[in-house]
Design a protein around this ligand. Structure first.
Ligand code: GP9
Ligand code: MN
Length: 434
């Protein structure tokens, strides 16, 4: 009902964090190129195996002067995995407690999402490039409701023979073979590349292996394979950036790079422990939670070299507000559960989909509070207990209000100033530019 919408709106209005004036609009008018690093965790960054960097190119971006990176950024997905990450980034609402929002509600719900906002506020063209079939995660229906104008799915690429693996076209081929479509898009554009090669079970064809890179020898094929497929993904990105630089597109764009969720599951983390310099015997739930960090970087080539690595805590829910503000577009009028990572009012309580949460000082797992510094159960004063209880309540509240918004399709009752409702019938992904 409308009154339920009002309750949600009140909450997000109260928690709105105004943009940091130093950052607002620093990427104004630029193209937005989103790169979704499949199953990519933060521990891969700056990681060396047998003396060699796993992801030398991403590392160079991470440390680049024009890159604004975060090293305490967490994925917040549930069972919807990739689709939950996409949902959070496009809408700043959470995925569902069970299942995938894309799959269960995505065909019918009203969305006020990034492609529509950017198109209506700043004239952006929008597209997704993904080498898997369009129906995976119900994308063919959901993307239309989000307002994506073009969807270049597997049918736009040659995926025959060894050009594809389990989840579609290999990453190097995805980037290389998307350029001809990218070049036809009117600028400024908002585009997203969904990679797939670094996906469980992390296998790679011999022809795609780098003979100079020697992976781990943990005996766990998931872990050993993970570094090889991540290395391949890194090379694919390097090739794509070479194209951006060659054409000068890099300086007209902001490139947003993020990892969608973990690749190594909690059960496999014990095989990973030794690689991270830890012991499998003392591995805990706390350690599992810390490994839910994923990369988040905003690369703004030629923007003056004021970047750096921020230690601010945040998660996928916070990306949309952050991005809009970098583009000089206020996010205030929209219902969003995340807050601008650069804002002094940004909330550093990071909710996981199962109601666990992380703050700069503490990690809460199934009601147990760990001290981030020691990794052990925290000894709390009454005042600290009270603060944590408040943070837990905030986490529960934002998750339940987001669920109510999505499950009851409440956005149909809300029209932000100047927003024109998306009409999915405007888009036909099969007669694009093939
Ligand atoms: C499939 C890809 C993988 O198209 O996005 O999804 P995931 O299994 O990671 O949810
Ligand atoms: Mn995924």
């Amino acid at each position: 009902t409308r009154s339920e919408l009002t309750t949600v709106k009140k909450f997000t209005d109260q928690h709105f964090a105004p943009a940091n004036p130093k950052m607002f609009g620093i990427a104004k008018g630029r193209n937005v190129i989103v790169i979704h690093l499949e199953s990519f965790q933060q521990f891969l960054i700056d990681r060396k195996i047998n003396g060699q960097e796993v992801t030398p190119f991403l590392n160079s971006l991470y440390h680049g002067n024009d890159t604004y990176a975060f090293d305490n950024f967490f994925h917040q997905v549930g069972q919807g995995k990739t689709s939950d990450a996409e949902n959070m980034l496009e809408t700043s609402t959470f995925g569902l407690p069970q299942g995938s929002l894309f799959a269960t509600l995505g065909s019918d719900n009203t969305f006020e999402a990034a492609p529509a906002i950017l198109n209506q506020r700043a004239g952006y063209t929008s597209a997704v490039f993904h080498g898997n079939v369009a129906s995976f995660w119900n994308r063919n229906n959901v993307y239309k409701n989000l307002g994506f104008q073009y969807f270049f799915d597997a049918s736009y690429y040659d995926t025959s023979g060894d050009k594809a693996m389990g989840y579609g076209l290999k990453d190097k081929l995805l980037f290389a073979n998307s350029i001809k479509y990218l070049q036809t898009l009117q600028q400024p554009f908002y585009v997203k590349f969904l990679t797939v090669s670094n996906h469980f079970p992390f296998t790679i064809d011999d022809e795609d292996k780098d003979s100079n890179f020697q992976t781990t020898n943990t005996g766990d094929s998931t872990v050993d394979g993970y570094f090889e497929t991540a290395h391949y993904l890194d090379q694919s990105l390097q090739e794509f950036f070479a194209y951006l630089q060659k054409t000068g597109l890099d300086k007209k764009s902001i490139i947003m790079i993020y990892g969608d969720h973990y690749g190594i599951s909690n059960s496999a983390n014990k095989s990973l422990a030794s690689v991270l310099g830890k012991s499998a015997d003392t591995w805990t739930d706390f350690d599992n939670a810390q490994l839910q960090r994923v990369p988040m970087m905003f690369v703004i080539p030629g923007s003056g070299g004021h970047g750096g690595i921020s230690h601010t805590y945040g998660g996928e829910i916070d990306v949309l507000s952050t991005l809009l503000h970098l583009l000089g577009i206020s996010s205030k009028r929209y219902i969003m559960f995340g807050t601008d990572l650069f804002s002094s009012k940004h909330s550093q309580t990071v909710a996981f989909r199962n109601h666990d949460f992380v703050t700069p000082k503490y990690t809460s797992i199934s009601g147990t509070i760990y001290d981030n510094q020691t990794g052990k159960e925290a000894h709390l004063t009454t005042a600290q207990k009270k603060r944590l209880k408040k943070q837990a309540q905030l986490v529960n509240k934002e998750l339940s209000l987001s669920d109510s918004l999505n499950e009851k399709n409440l956005l149909r009752f809300y029209t932000p100033k100047g927003f024109k409702k998306v009409n999915p019938k405007n888009y036909n992904y099969s007669n694009g530019l093939k």
